[in-house]
Ligand binder design. Structure first.
Ligand SMILES: C=C(O[C@H]1C=CC=C(C(=O)O)[C@@H]1O)C(=O)O
Length: 368
């Protein structure tokens, strides 16, 4: 399949208003597309299905499933810069700042009263755009090599686009990896900067929560050393976590994990309630998760041990690769809605929390 054919197929699906997703996994150069042949709105029942999932923040909400009726692959894709229409660089406005500062103060007051330890508070803002969705996607792929970049569309749900640095769960057969990702600072040329107490604590809450949620449900639970990772112009703290699922209990693992304190808070239930009743917009799919569910992967292997003439055989495994939906936007006609948030702990300063959401919003604004 040529590059022109790959993108033509996507445009044709759009013009027929049929569901699709196009994406590129972190550090890979293959673009993947998935098309559903008709527009029914399908949802996941028990996570035994195969397809591309798109889950909302709200754990009770249905997890949308795109059925892979047709799939495309474009290996070796080299992104080119400047696909979006040239225009004025979007101006960052302070609109909504008063509300956000108040929201953070309310969160802090709950933390100080001992209601919860950490809460992730967010905001959303809109701006006009004339950019073509596919051009925006190409810009994401070009700019964010370490991120999972996607463009997702369902005529009954809407169109979303993002470049997320956060893996929720990666499972091949029964081996899984996940990560705790939190704490933010702006990248200023040093990939190994000092971290403050506030960031170290807010990220440790996430690590401890994940380890606790998985304990007893998995074998060989391990975590690596906490490290700094770069996501565009930002740096985060990350701890990789791995293990082996006891049996095929993907649904149970996901419900124990999602939403983690990287996007909700600690404890989960009281912070979820606080978020839903105090943020001034519905998160919908922001801070939900998305990705491949139970895809078959074929691997060719050389079995040197059993045959000196090098026998090549194929092994088939099932793989699930899910990402947290961060650094994303929703496209509604000629308007985009950008979503950004940050973790609030007892050490938070409302003004700095606002600045952090401004820095995070640049990930999406820079592709316009
Ligand atoms: C909630 C977001 O980021 C999360 C992931 C990494 C760092 C975060 C932080 O430092 O607050 C957040 O937990 C967002 O980008 O909207």
């Amino acid at each position: 399949m040529t590059e022109a054919e790959f993108f033509e197929e996507i445009k044709a699906q759009f013009s027929q208003k049929l569901p699709l997703v196009v994406y590129r996994k972190p550090k890979e150069d293959t673009l993947c597309s998935i098309f559903q042949n008709e527009d029914s709105l399908l949802s996941v029942n028990n996570f035994e299905e195969t397809g591309f999932v798109f889950a909302p923040f709200d754990q009770e909400g249905p997890v949308v499933l795109l059925r892979p009726d047709r799939c495309g692959k474009l290996p070796g894709y080299t992104p080119r810069a400047g696909c979006a229409k040239k225009g004025r660089r979007p101006v960052l406005s302070a609109h909504g700042k008063g509300f956000h500062l108040d929201l953070v103060r309310k969160g802090l007051s709950e933390i100080r009263s001992g209601v919860f330890d950490k809460v992730v508070l967010s905001r959303s803002f809109s701006m006009p755009t004339e950019a073509e969705p596919l051009d925006l996607f190409k810009n994401l792929v070009e700019k964010y090599q370490n991120a999972f970049c996607y463009l997702w569309y369902h005529p009954k749900v809407g169109m979303w686009l993002g470049a997320t640095p956060e893996i929720l769960l990666n499972v091949r057969n029964r081996t899984f990896t996940t990560m705790s990702l939190a704490g933010t600072q702006v990248y200023r040329g040093d990939e190994n900067p000092e971290w403050g107490e506030k960031e170290l604590t807010e990220q440790k809450y996430v690590t401890d929560y994940i380890l606790d949620a998985l304990k007893g449900r998995v074998d060989d639970l391990k975590h690596a050393r906490t490290e700094t990772v770069r996501a565009g112009k930002l740096l985060h703290l990350r701890t990789k976590i791995s293990g082996r699922l006891k049996d095929s209990n993907l649904a149970e693992i996901l419900s124990a994990l999602h939403p983690t304190p990287a996007v909700c808070g600690l404890p989960k239930e009281s912070t979820r309630k606080f978020i839903v009743s105090h943020e001034d917009y519905p998160r919908e799919f922001y801070t939900g998760y998305l990705g491949e569910l139970n895809f078959q992967v074929e691997r060719k292997r050389n079995n040197r041990a059993s045959n000196p003439e090098v026998q090549v055989y194929k092994s088939i495994s099932r793989q699930t690769t899910l990402f947290v939906n961060l650094r994303c936007l929703k496209l509604e006609g000629s308007e985009i809605k950008i979503y950004v948030g940050g973790g609030v702990t007892k050490e938070s300063d409302p003004e700095k929390e606002w600045e952090e959401t401004v820095s995070k919003s640049r990930t999406m604004l820079d592709i316009l």
